[in-house]
Design a binder for this molecule. Sequence first.
Ligand SMILES: Nc1nc2c(c(=O)[nH]1)N[C@@H](CN(C=O)c1ccc(C(=O)N[C@@H](CCC(=O)O)C(=O)O)cc1)CN2
Ligand SMILES: [Mg+2]
Length: 297
Amino acid sequence: MANILDGIKLSKQIKQEIKDEVIQYVNQGYRRPHLLALLVGENAASVTYVNNKIKDCQAVGFKSSLVKLKNTITEEGLLKEVGKLNETDGLDGFIVQLPLPKHINQERIITAINPDKDVDGFHPVNFGKMALGIESFLPATPYGIMEMLSRYKISTEGKQVVVIGRSRIVGRPMSILLSRKGNPGDATVTLVHSKTVDIPKHTRNADIIITALGVPQFLKADMIKQGSVIIDVGITKVEDFTSEKGYYLSGDVDFPEVSPKASWITPVPGGVGPMTRAMLLKNTLFAYSKEIKKQNK
Ligand SMILES: Nc1nc2c(c(=O)[nH]1)N[C@@H](CN(C=O)c1ccc(C(=O)N[C@@H](CCC(=O)O)C(=O)O)cc1)CN2
Ligand SMILES: [Mg+2]
């Protein structure tokens, strides 16, 4: 039976470390770090995620703000809001919660964010730095997975890693981070996606599989090698009228089938998700500390 990679336990530890650092700054007379979330529309999952980000800020002693905008806002209107936030003093970082409504060009919005305040690490400048191994904000989900591998001392050096899904916020940056020099890193990475012929051929060879597909129970036991490490980024709401909530959350991994064959595995919920939340705080603290250092020069 696999060991559990416990994202809840680890994220609590990371949040405590962040809180301790904030206390040190405050005791030296500095202001608190400030994170703002911009939410467009009322997508239920996005509302939950953004509210959780605000709660996380409160838990570690950050100042937080939430700007809610109507679903009907134009792209130009949203660009204006982003422009204002770029210029707001004392705001260390902000995020634009994704997905955005269909009529808004996501790339245009992300590219308008000041890279120094882009604590999601999505701006092309930060993505480029990430790819080149230059210190920058890292996208929170892949960053959380790197931190998880590091803190559980799971070596990736020389390992065959298969990343399933090539999204801009998870799969693609994940594949880059693991192929970079360093630890975690130094892995031989294969990025598979919807056009890949024979995904199981690749996953059966993998020492580590990171799946970010959004297809419930996609990864079955016969698709993995004995003893592999399984990291599940998928979260899909599956209707279930027998449960109290009317749904349950499913990852991309068929957990009951796969876990007896794996060495380590993340649960869903309670695996990668809480790590994503913790790493956004870490990026914000990084933005803040850079700002404080600049002011002291
Ligand atoms: N601007 C951004 N938008 C989006 C990001 C992002 O990093 N930045 N990632 C996702 C959503 N997301 C954070 O925003 C996120 C998703 C899920 C979780 C999480 O903690 N999941 C829990 C289960 C939560 C539940 O009960 O519904 C878990 O896995 O245990 C955190 C963050 C897309 N948009
Ligand atoms: Mg999870």
